[in-house]
Design a protein around this ligand. Structure first.
Ligand SMILES: [Mn+2]
Length: 352
């Protein structure tokens, strides 16, 4: 197994690469979507939360990430002694009508195919995605972790409808043709949409030597903001795998989201899905939806060492990243929280 580090788009610079390396990372997972809308000082924000009306702000302009741009970033990552393992998430502006079954779906799925080919040519082995209408929404921030460390959690379900022009918790269109909200659909319709996505994209990913890796729902409720969710119980990951059997149909295995699910258990899920995991979000929580808190790795419900042993016994050899972590009281809340998580992970991994 390899220790990795996740970097948001505004962190793609030498200092952050060196910080990751100093924490012991050998690999990085990179977000190219800007959830922070170009804000520079985000050390106190840690992870995007947003609110109902703004979400995470504006999506991109629909253009693809070019080969030149990816190769330039890769060069800088490699210069810091790191490998680029994955890109995490497509920009909503690239595929909103694939998610929404809208009129531009066919053109956008071709764009995604081209993006996957470019990612393959850049030699990046994995692209993570989250097939979700509401996205990561409906969470709250507070002093929920040990010592009052700021973290994220959930206290009840957010039922505010999603405005037109927004999907995946970002705006792809600020002035949509129609005011109002996303039409209500059921789970069956969402599964039809993901089937189309997999049928079209997986063969291209196979050819490009890229794995598509699905993140489960965060938070894992059957509905958020009046939209159905896809993978909100551990068993639904199997349904996703069965829809398109391929070495490119894989999982971005988020331990926190899986532990938050109301059914199943995180150890059985790790055992079951280990052969299909592209990379792991290694984080801990207390509680389950609709009432849970993100906490430090060593104070949550999950026995993290037990997870590592299960992964090892199942020959998982991929990358683990901390995903999110509580923030610590100092001038660098995000950095200190991450450094704590990385040190803890490195120590656990050395005991395997
Ligand atoms: Mn995650």
């Amino acid at each position: 197994m390899k220790l990795g580090f996740g970097l948001y788009s505004h962190m793609l610079d030498k200092d952050h690469y060196q910080f990751a390396r100093q924490c012991g990372a050998t690999h990085v997972v990179v977000h190219l979507v800007d959830y922070f809308n170009n804000r520079q000082n985000t050390d106190t924000e840690g992870q995007p939360v947003g609110n109902e009306s703004m979400g995470w702000g504006n999506a991109g302009d629909g253009s693809l990430w070019s080969l030149e741009r990816l190769l330039q970033i890769k060069k800088e990552i490699n210069a810091a002694g790191l490998e680029w393992e994955a890109i995490e998430n497509f920009d909503p502006s690239m595929w909103y009508d694939v998610l929404l079954d809208g009129p531009d779906k066919k053109r956008q799925i071709e764009l995604l195919k081209e993006q996957v080919r470019i990612i393959g040519r850049a030699g990046i082995p994995v692209v993570g995605y989250n097939f979700s209408l509401a996205g990561v929404a409906g969470r709250i921030t507070g002093p929920f972790a040990r010592g009052g460390a700021m973290s994220v959690g959930m206290a009840g379900v957010d039922n505010a409808p999603v405005p037109n022009g927004m999907v995946w918790n970002m705006y792809y269109d600020r002035t949509p043709a129609q005011e109002g909200f996303l039409p209500l659909i059921e789970h069956e319709e969402l599964w039809k949409r993901v089937q189309y996505f997999l049928d079209e994209l997986i063969p291209v990913a196979e050819e490009a030597g890229v794995k598509l890796a699905a993140h489960p729902d965060d938070p894992p409720m059957p509905y958020i903001r009046q939209t159905p969710r896809l993978v909100y119980q551990p068993r639904l990951y199997q349904k996703l795998l069965d829809m398109k059997v391929s070495k490119s149909n894989t999982l971005e295995f988020c331990l926190g989201s899986i532990a938050e699910m109301q059914e199943g258990d995180v150890y059985a899920a790790t055992e079951q899905y280990a052969p299909h995991i592209a990379y792991v979000h290694f984080r801990n929580v207390k509680g389950k939806v609709p009432d849970y808190r993100e906490v430090f790795l060593d104070e949550g419900d999950i026995d993290m060492m037990k997870i590592l042993r299960i992964l090892k016994a199942n020959h998982f050899n991929g990358v683990l990243i901390p995903d999110h972590t509580p923030q610590m009281n100092c001038n660098a809340p995000w950095h200190s929280g991450m450094a704590y998580a990385m040190g803890y992970m490195k120590a656990l991994m050395s005991q395997l």
